[in-house]
Design a protein around this ligand. Sequence first.
Ligand code: UDP
Length: 329
Amino acid sequence: MAILVLGGAGYIGSHTVYELIEAGRDVVVADNLITGFKAAIHPKARFYQVDIRDRKAADQLFEREQIDGVIHFAAFSQVGESMKNPLKYYDNNLYGTTVLLQSMVAHGVDKIVFSSTAATYGEPERIPILESDKTVPTNCYGETKLAMEKMMRWTGIAHPMHYVALRYFNACGAHASGKIGEAHDPETHLIPLILQVPLGKREKISIYGDDYPTKDGTCIRDYIHVSDLAQAHILALDYLMKGGESDVFNLGNGVGFTVKEVIDVARAVTGHPIPSEVVPRRAGDPAQLVASSDKAKTILGWKPQLDSLETIVASAWNWHKAHPNGFNG
Ligand code: UDP
């Protein structure tokens, strides 16, 4: 029996595949390689180049492999792009998940762990954010992820299907082996962008606004190591295997850092002065996003191991230094 990881060539998906294989699991990866990289796929995983919108291909996969659980990362994830091209997000994220769930129901595969996001909350009503807080996404990406969660919930009411949705805060860092790490094109995330400065690929880092109601005026986020996120997927799958009820969990460290604090840590880790410049706010950025992950800790037994920002930035630096062009060298 194998675990099917959809989107296993992407950033968080590839790290989860590494953790699953290190834990001795049999892993099948399906990815259309639109945003993922073949080189990110663990050599011990069986790989199918499949798009989840292709029902025939999904059916063939479930017929060929004995799948007892699915981990679903296959989605587009750029906030800015989702605002410019919402239908691209509805097509891949929602239609793709519809086809996947149809195929799972048809083949009696009844457990799914789903990669969701803090963007489902929108502007938070309080900090730290609890799973029971209101979900009013402020961008189309978050809206599609929330709709995917709801699709699983209703499917689970009509069919014998159980799901866990994991709402990540700011995923960052890279695998300890240095073999895989973050590689987006275009890159929009803070830590890889900061590290492009010491790599000589960017002159300075832009700070998107310093007039937020926070201690130094810059936005506060909860940065969580990708390998800790990966572990949570395995725990969530095991929870479902043991008969756990469908549920939603936040995944973060519960500690917020400002943009300026993150830049300072990167200066210390890299030994580079990393010049910065304050530019106008980026549309749609909430001032503060910090998770309460108590529920994941209590119910799933999750405990982040790589929870210091220095460790996170150092692991990202280790990857980017060795792979300045990501998986292209
Ligand atoms: N940010 C920034 N400069 C950049 C990229 C990001 O100041 O070049 C800020 C952004 O406004 C946010 C934080 O860094 O407050 C984290 O942004 P990121 O895009 O990494 O993740 P998000 O919080 O949007 O999921």
